[in-house]
Design a binder for this molecule. Structure first.
Ligand SMILES: [Fe+2]
Ligand SMILES: [Fe+2]
Length: 271
């Protein structure tokens, strides 16, 4: 356990606890007025993750690693609970027990996948077994490319149908990221033979180009929504939320790229 462990843990928790907090808000906004039990549960998760977020900001790099290890366990429990809640809501929606509610099933599933990812990262951090770089590159890209493809689909479906040009752009991004996801899965199944530096480097380059243009599209959409210049049922905070997730993916791609090209292959570790 080291300073790197503390910094890494706090970075993940600061980013993802805010995301979990916002998911609670989005879910709540989609419920019907009569679903008071679900609304209360969502509000409870909102305060839980709000508190976790502010505690994560109160700690710093000098915090005792053992304190952070316990904090990670605590956050892990909260994330397990919100994951369970999201899966329960997904079940209710798919069994048509909440007719007229406004959360897309894919959105609920999507937010549960993000919770699962966060929980898994906390487990890896505490166990001290982060994926070796070549595995991390493929795993993270498979995860995030699907997240990006989903975002494009949500945007396309939440824009007003009369915003034809933007809907069209969103659909193109959806197709582009579906393609990239298939490519990533192909590379995944060719493991470990596919994990050569040139292939991984090219993979990162190609993904970065698309993520950058999706990120810019999301930023434009966010600004237009905030300025009330386009018609949609997208909450301004949701627009900003998906923009931040694209920024996070870009950051991860850049970190991989630097590690991949900056250090000798045999010494590559995802730290
Ligand atoms: Fe999210
Ligand atoms: Fe997302």
């Amino acid at each position: 356990m080291s300073n790197g462990f503390v910094v890494r843990s706090l970075d993940e928790i600061r980013f993802w606890s805010r995301i979990m907090k916002e998911h609670s808000l989005f879910l709540r906004l989609g419920f019907r007025c009569e679903d008071t039990q679900l609304i209360n549960e969502a509000n409870h998760f909102y305060s839980t993750f709000e508190a976790i977020e502010s505690r994560a900001h109160a700690f710093d790099a000098a915090t005792d690693p053992q304190t952070i290890q316990r904090f990670n366990v605590e956050v892990h429990t909260a994330v397990s609970h919100i994951w369970g809640f999201k899966r329960k809501v997904l079940g209710l929606i798919l069994q048509c027990q909440l007719p007229g509610q406004n959360n897309f099933p894919l959105l609920v599933d999507h937010t549960s996948r993000e919770a699962f990812y966060f929980r898994n990262r906390l487990e890896q951090l505490n166990a001290g077994n982060l994926d070796p770089l070549p595995d991390a590159i493929i795993n993270e890209n498979v995860f995030f490319l699907r997240i990006m493809a989903d975002h494009a689909k949500f945007i396309g479906h939440l824009l007003d149908p009369s915003e034809r040009k933007l809907v069209d752009q969103a659909r193109n991004f959806s197709d582009e990221f579906d393609q990239l996801l298939f490519q990533a899965r192909d590379l995944d199944s060719m493991r470990p033979q596919s994990q050569t530096v040139p292939l991984l480097d090219q993979f990162l380059d190609e993904n970065r180009v698309s993520v950058k243009s999706l990120r810019d599209f999301k930023k434009t959409a966010r600004d237009l929504i905030e300025a009330c210049r386009i018609k949609s049922i997208i909450h301004p905070l949701l627009a900003d939320h998906v923009y931040r997730e694209a920024e996070r993916f870009l950051l991860i791609i850049d970190m991989f790229e630097n590690t991949l090209t900056g250090t000798p292959v045999q010494h590559i570790h995802f730290d």
